[in-house]
Write a protein that binds this ligand. Structure first.
Ligand code: FAD
Ligand code: SF4
Length: 332
């Protein structure tokens, strides 16, 4: 195994495109970027990821959090999760993101994990992580062991007959509610991808999780200018109080004027095959009185399309209660 190290972001995709190595992309490619390594090295030890070459991006100057002249916040792809969570601008203006990051993993992992790596972390489906089991995401066409197997922690929204794996990230749920934009540098140049268009539901190609193409390097993420009158909450429900992935989570950003909800964004975690924005819930909430009946109606709308499996039917009610409670906290 070889490891390449670059110090300029522009050199990375160009070198790959020029054929210095074979193409890199997120799914099963021979060449992989490595940032904090907390997902990738785990999967290499399990023989699930088998890159022949690693491109170490840790020396690239992508580790800054900066306020832009138009009020947006620019977060470099290599900003560590702990630095982002404790950044004063993030704590003050994007509390939902700070709370989501601090709800994830452990302090040690957050010190290593990066913004770009967290966006692209892989599912915790146990069959994906065990190369003796059939898994369409790991080995397209081999089947899905989870549908007839242990699926208690897996998804109920956005599933297909080929894959029901959950997107495990807490950060991604907050970024979805915040309507973040992901900036990428690839062999064809730079592009900016709204987070709502970044993740893919599995359909019949569960091995493809994002719209990233071969050679694409995430350089940074931007957050819209702060909404000073909003309240923000990330609520995560899990089997134990720390060091555990979400069974259900909710990120809510809301503004109340004259007792009515005038702005709201809702995203769910732990239940979707991708971080799950619920425009259905937002539609119910907009312009309505902030009370329990409205919150419950919104939660019913958010879970309307849920397709539970044999072991995770409890998630439908759990996610509804999670969202109802997060809405009450945000609007209290
Ligand atoms: C025990 C444990 C518990 C955890 N608990 C939680 C939890 O509760 N909640 C949660 O959200 N997460 C949790 N995590 C996951 C953790 O947050 C991720 O492993 C971490 O965020 C990944 O970041 P990284 O920088 O280490 O990524 P890496 O492992 O370095 O990379 C991950 C993937 O992203 C790609 N990549 C990295 N950076 C870039 C870039 N700039 N451009 C393009 N591709 C890139 C890599 O090629 C790789 O495919 C847990 C992890 C562990 C090991
Ligand atoms: S749910 Fe997806 S990741 Fe899990 S076994 Fe099925 S195909 Fe693989």
């Amino acid at each position: 195994m070889e490891i390449f190290r670059y110090t300029r972001a522009a050199d990375v995709p160009q070198a790959i495109a020029a054929g210095a190595t074979s193409n890199t992309a997120q799914q099963g490619a021979q060449v992989r970027f490595i940032a904090g390594g907390t997902t990738l090295l785990d999967l290499m030890k399990l023989d699930v990821e088998r890159p022949s070459l690693l491109v170490d991006i840790n020396r690239l100057p992508l580790d800054k959090v900066e306020k832009l002249p138009d009020g947006q916040l620019k977060v470099g792809a290599l900003v560590r999760n702990s630095d982002l969570a404790h950044n004063p601008l993030v704590k003050e203006n994007y509390a939902v993101l700070s709370e989501a990051l601090l709800a994830g993993a452990s302090a040690q992992l957050r010190n290593m994990a990066t913004t770009g790596g967290n966006l692209l972390q892989r599912t915790r489906c146990m069959y994906f992580r065990n190369d003796a089991m059939a898994c369409n995401k790991r080995e397209p066409g081999s089947g899905c062991s989870a549908i007839e197997g242990d699926n208690r922690t897996l998804a109920i929204l956005g599933t297909s007959k080929d894959c029901i794996a959950t997107n495990p990230s807490d950060m991604n749920v907050a970024l979805t509610a915040l309507e973040a934009v992901i900036h990428v540098q690839g062999p064809k140049g730079e592009r900016s991808i709204p987070i709502g268009e970044f993740f893919l539901v599995p359909g019949n190609t569960p091995q493809r999780e994002t719209v990233l193409e071969a050679g694409d390097l995430i350089t940074h993420v931007t957050l819209p200018a702060p909404r000073p009158n909003s309240k923000q909450v990330y609520l995560k429900l899990r089997d134990r109080a720390s060091y555990e992935f979400a069974l259900a989570s909710a990120a809510v950003i809301a503004e109340i004027n004259g007792g009515k909800i005038t702005y709201v964004r809702v995203a769910l975690g732990g239940v979707g095959t991708k971080p799950w924005r619920s425009v259905e819930a937002e539609r119910v909430l907009h312009g309505r009185k902030a009370d329990d009946a409205t919150f419950r109606e919104a939660a019913n709308a958010a879970l309307h399309g849920a397709v539970p499996q044999s072991g995770n039917g409890f998630k439908v009610e759990l996610a509804k209660r999670c969202l109802t409670h997060a809405l009450a906290m945000t609007t209290a």
